[in-house]
Design a protein around this ligand. Structure first.
Ligand SMILES: NC(=O)c1ccc[n+]([C@@H]2O[C@H](COP(=O)([O-])OP(=O)(O)OC[C@H]3O[C@@H](n4cnc5c(N)ncnc54)[C@H](O)[C@@H]3O)[C@@H](O)[C@H]2O)c1
Length: 421
């Protein structure tokens, strides 16, 4: 059976949703007595479609509101923590409620006349990557528990949106389980088994980070649109609403997965003739009209930082006298265009650091690259030759050929600049 601690938007929805979907009985507790009394009377404390009727349906039956944490813990073997994790004054996450809730769960477990064989604590609250292991696991271990032996721990991020919390919970895009111990992860997986959606078991850090990646992406897109609206207002005579409606007609937003996902993916930076120059141009143009486009500036800055980051990774794996293999010179696959190519910048940075033995291969762009930049590097005739001649391989362009030949790279150090293999 399940216990849910913290009955705000996420906890109440999780409790009712699991009662509905898993068919198990859920024991729910909130530190706020007013909320507990309301829920016991089958009334919800905030507006959220469907939750009122689900509380009426399951309240007092499959969804039991408990007066104490101990009462909830006594009934359950899987304990979901759904308390708030607000920002502290410094902007960092305040984990006070989370730590108090976990401690209270442990107090309750220790008060039981008959110890539970293997309780599993599931952190559903949004927490910074590493919290589940570095804070919660530590807390458990300091109380004498051994993860994987007498207690389980998992992170299970929640992606519901207020306003559609119920539908988002019962029909999620996917379930993510951050595994700390296999038994704990399996327990959570079983609870979601009949949701009919993909269930991904990943490291706890990964699960924690996905939630922030998701929200930061949404926030970035909103601020991007707003920055453009401010630039447009300065320039004048631009219907920014129309601009965005027209942008949405780009077919790359359509399909599943939408082609736009190619752009929301890590790599070693954008290059080519258009993206760098047009982004820079818009930044400069906004400045001309008196608007400092900070987001565009940051976009360009990150595009420089990522190339330096890749070069740091290469430098960490090969001495200056060693040979570096570069796979891919064109700015993108299926093209021989090398204008603004990331390969040029990465090779330039390596040469600046004193690496003189660089051997490169590209299926189409070697001649163009040599003619355009005339850099003092060696060119190979094939992927095989680059592999044989170099100590470390760096994939800079995501040519299909490089993926097809990945069996050649066995035993080689690879910096996969396109997260491609
Ligand atoms: N609201 C959302 O849309 C949303 C979506 C996804 C994830 N999240 C994350 O889920 C978590 C919960 O969010 P929320 O919106 O439900 O928060 P909330 O503030 O609405 O609810 C938290 C509840 O926890 C209770 N609580 C605090 N300390 C407690 C304790 N020690 N024991 C028992 N109950 C305790 C509070 O009384 C409150 O009712 C946060 O980490 C949030 O970031 C929120």
């Amino acid at each position: 059976m399940i216990a849910v601690m913290g009955l705000g938007f996420v906890g109440l929805t999780t409790g009712l949703g699991l009662a509905h979907r898993s068919g198990q009985q859920v024991f729910a507790y909130d530190a706020d007595e007013r909320k507990r009394e309301l829920y016991k009377g089958k009334r919800i404390s905030f507006h959220e479609p469907h939750l009122q009727e689900q509380l009426e349906r399951y309240g007092g039956d499959r969804f039991i509101v408990c007066d104490t944490m101990a009462e909830a813990v006594a009934q359950a073997d899987t304990l979901f923590i759904c308390v708030g994790t607000p920002s502290s004054l410094s902007g960092e996450t305040d984990l006070g409620d989370l730590q108090r809730a976990v401690r209270a769960c442990l107090d309750a477990l220790e008060q039981l006349a008959q110890p539970k064989p293997y309780p599993v604590i599931v952190i559903k609250s949004t927490v910074p990557a590493s919290t589940t292991t570095d804070v919660v696991q530590l807390l458990l271990e300091n109380r004498g528990y051994r993860i994987g032996e007498n207690i389980g721990l998992a992170h299970n991020p929640e992606f519901l949106r207020e306003g559609s919390a119920w539908n988002d919970f019962v029909q999620p895009d996917r379930i993510i389980i951050g595994e700390v111990d296999p038994i704990g992860a399996r327990r959570v997986r079983e609870l979601y088994a009949n949701f009919g959606v993909p269930i991904h078991c990943v490291s706890a850090h990964t699960a924690e980070f996905v939630k922030y990646a998701s929200n930061a992406l949404l926030a970035t897109m909103i601020s991007f649109a707003n920055e453009l609206s401010m630039i447009a207002a300065r320039i004048g005579h631009i219907n920014i609403t129309q601009v965005f409606h027209l942008l949405h007609e780009d077919k790359r937003w359509q399909g599943h997965p939408a082609k736009m996902t190619d752009y929301v993916f890590p790599g070693c930076g954008f290059g080519g003739y258009c993206l760098p120059k047009d982004t820079l141009s818009l930044y400069a143009h906004a400045g001309h009209y008196g608007h400092e486009a900070v987001m565009l500036k940051a976009v360009l800055q990150v595009n420089e930082d990522i190339k330096r980051h890749i070069v740091e990774q290469i430098a960490a794996s090969v001495q200056p006298e060693g040979t570096i293999g570069i796979l891919g010179l064109s700015f993108k696959p299926e093209s021989d265009d090398v204008r603004g190519a990331v390969s040029r910048d990465i090779i330039g940075l390596l040469l600046d650091r004193g690496y003189s033995r660089i051997v490169a291969y590209d299926p189409m762009a070697m001649e163009n690259f040599h003619n355009a930049y005339g850099l003092p590097i060696m060119y190979a005739d094939s992927v095989e030759e680059v592999v044989n001649r170099s100590e470390v391989l760096t994939i800079v362009t995501a040519w299909r050929d490089f993926k097809d030949k990945q069996n050649l790279y066995q035993g080689k150090k690879i910096i996969d600049g396109r997260h491609y293999l």
